[in-house]
Design a protein around this ligand. Structure first.
Ligand code: GAL
Length: 660
């Protein structure tokens, strides 16, 4: 009898276990068993059985063991092969999100929306999803940001599974090309690159390194340098202080055994003349996050020189969050933490290389990373940065929100912390560029120029197409606010090895997407801040950052931001007016467009597309010389139209110059 009971018990148990995999004739696939790294996410990495931040999945106060934690915008496309039965899940905003999280979930079958959650907020109970999949070939799961940006949009697909009878459902991804280099090698003979204009305040230290490629040793000369400046003829570093305001036209020569190059550049001395072209440099955040250290910063500065980036105009070495000690000194002075030993020595070293140094803090009590911020110490901190030899300050927002909440939340209150810091910086004996980082609140582009040189227009970027493209292509309506000394900042470049912490990974952007990223940022006259680790750059990454003709578009003296003139059928055309009467034009194959069903690349193919721009679209006539900027080759002269094939998520970047 006992044996029989045991047998029955065992048999029952087996049935229960196998029913988790096969229900009658069906198999069951839990979505969390898929390779969730393939989910396209515009922030962080989607996780199996955990929230996007790695916590227990929890929606509406209830926790779940199974599911996927993701972040809007999030896209997953599956082949269900017309042999699936149904899709089941619960959806909601993860409880770890802030109160402003709001998202929408969609399920699409063969391009048709079959489930839409409507707007969901934090605290809402999970909604049940049941979708019949009979006859369905492709299933798409989508989370959108609910029209208020994707800040904090932590989204969960809970207990999500597909029942199917034939082939196991699989993820559809678009194939990516291998890295391919278009930038030609720089010649051994000298070439002078970088911005043709630079500015500084009267009587404040001036530092400018002539950016020149070509074999060393090289001899530099500068004619008509303003009084107070001197040039190191071996390094090309110009230093000193100029007392008299004015525009100085300086003739620069670089010479080596292979030849000679010349260029005239303008040194502008006057009040408010900083960042006359978009700042170019590196920032520690996208690679090291809070694990930044003095050694890593020093290694980055060394790499900017040894990789040759400095010869293309790259200048700033910016330390982001994570350098601050947990307490101020007795007199209130901000201190460095154990990962740093001496800021002044570090900046002296960076300056000796011909580079400049930046730092980060927040107007709140704490920074975004939880370190000490500048609240009630603004003047003192600016004094300290001056003493440390800092050239650039990124001023965040984060915990300042707590102070802001106590106010009437007027326009003035948004500006207040930046006015305070800008005044504190203006009292210093050195120039310090002021970079606002409050993610675009209160239309910062309309007033940021009164308090600083650049302002972030969006939340944080991450290394996915969903993030980069959404941020970059959304800048079209801010073009009018960019001008010399005032720049829209769509956040740092996510190419090379990134990681936001101690362990790095190669960017998740495909090579074509990386061309789009750099081309778009160049057209946008965006600050170019390398987010990857400069000490481990491969040839491809380096080729993206050292194309002088592409950089010249970004650094153009006119300081115009490109306008989007065409957005249609997954194609976009952007045009930037240049100082010499030419135009830079980006022809982008963005693939998907904004309509919910067109957000997916349903056939999973990296289809090239043909894009055309006519002189009529550009409101011009006559003959133009067309040059491909990435390959640095003249294509042809045309007087009506230019047409080209563009890779999926890729770009063709040209310059057209009128032929007189
Ligand atoms: C964020 C900011 C990032 C980085 C980070 C540091 O608010 O957008 O770029 O600076 O803070 O904690």
């Amino acid at each position: 009898m006992k044996r029989k009971i045991n047998f029955l018990f065992l048999f029952g148990l087996m049935c229960i276990i196998s029913s988790a995999q096969t229900t009658s004739n069906f198999s069951q696939l839990w979505l969390n068993d898929l390779d969730v790294s393939k989910i396209e996410t515009s922030w962080g990495f989607s996780k199996a059985n955990k929230s996007i931040n790695g916590n227990i999945l929890s929606v509406g106060g209830q926790s779940y063991n199974k599911g996927i934690g993701t972040h809007a915008i999030s896209k997953l496309l599956l082949n269900v092969n017309k042999t699936a039965v149904d899709f089941n899940a619960l959806v909601g905003v993860d409880d770890e999100a802030n109160n402003n999280a709001s998202i929408e979930f969609y399920v699409l079958c063969d391009k048709k929306v079959v489930f839409h959650s409507g707007l969901m907020k934090k605290g809402d109970a999970a909604q049940k999803v049941h979708v019949n999949l009979s006859g369905v070939n492709k299933l798409a799961l989508l989370v959108t940001a609910g029209n208020d940006g994707n800040d904090n949009d932590h989204a969960d697909w809970l207990e999500a599974y597909i029942r199917y009878s034939g082939q196991t459902p699989s993820i559809i991804t678009t194939p990516a090309s291998k890295p391919y280099i278009l930038t030609p090698k720089t010649p051994d003979s000298p070439r002078i690159n970088g911005a043709k204009i630079t500015g500084a305040s009267p009587n404040k230290p001036f530092l400018y390194t002539i950016a020149a490629t070509g074999k060393r040793p090289m001899q530099f000369k500068a004619k008509n340098l303003p009084k107070g400046l001197s040039l190191d003829s071996e390094t090309g570093i110009i230093t000193g202080k100029v007392a008299k305001s004015g525009n100085y036209e300086v003739k620069i020569t670089a010479q080596n055994s292979f030849g000679k190059a010349q260029r005239t550049m303008t040194i502008v001395i006057g009040e408010n003349k900083l960042a006359l072209t978009p700042p170019m440099g590196w920032n520690s955040w996208n690679c090291w996050g809070l694990s930044v250290s003095q050694d890593k910063v020093k290694a980055s500065a060394d790499a900017m020189v040894s990789s040759g980036l400095i010869n293309h105009g790259w200048t700033y070495i910016n330390i982001d969050d994570g350098w601050e000690a947990s307490e101020r000194a007795a007199d209130g002075e901000i201190q460095i933490n154990e990962k740093f030993t001496d800021m002044r020595a570090l900046s002296d070293y960076i300056h000796s290389l011909g580079l400049k140094m930046g730092i980060y803090t927040s107007p709140g009590k704490l920074t975004c990373g939880g370190y000490l911020g500048s609240l009630h110490h603004e003047e003192q901190d600016a004094d300290t940065y001056n003493k440390w030899g800092i050239d650039y300050l990124k001023y965040d927002w984060c915990s300042y929100g707590n102070e802001f909440e106590k106010t009437d939340k007027s326009h003035h209150e948004y500006m207040k912390p930046y006015i305070t810091m800008s005044e504190a910086l203006s009292h210093q004996s050195r120039d310090i560029v002021h970079s606002l980082c409050q993610y675009g609140m209160d239309d910062v582009w309309k007033w940021g120029g009164q308090t600083g040189q650049l302002w972030r227009t969006t939340g944080d970027i991450t290394d996915t197409w969903e993030s980069m493209a959404r941020i970059g292509f959304a800048q079209y309506d801010k073009a009018q606010y960019a001008q010399p000394g005032n720049w829209n900042d769509p956040d740092m470049l996510v190419i090379g090895h990134v990681g936001w912490g101690p362990s790095l990974h190669p960017t998740r952007l495909t090579p074509d997407e990386q061309y789009t990223h750099v081309s778009l940022w160049a057209l946008l006259a965006a600050p170019l801040l390398i987010g990857g680790d400069m000490s481990q750059m491969d040839d491809f990454t380096l080729s993206l950052l050292t194309n002088d003709e592409v950089i010249a578009i970004n650094q153009d003296v006119l300081g115009k931001q490109a306008r989007r003139i065409i957005q249609k059928d997954g194609k976009e055309i952007w045009v930037k007016d240049l100082e010499d009467g030419a135009k830079a034009i980006g022809l982008f194959n963005v693939g998907e467009s904004d309509n919910v069903s067109q957000l997916f690349n349903w056939d999973g193919k990296a289809n090239k597309t043909s894009i055309e721009i006519s002189w009529k679209d550009l409101n011009i006539s006559g003959k133009y010389q067309i040059r491909d900027l990435w390959t640095q080759k003249d294509i042809k002269t045309e007087n009506a139209v230019f047409e080209t094939e563009v890779s999926y998520h890729g770009v063709v970047l040209i310059k057209i110059t009128p032929i007189k």
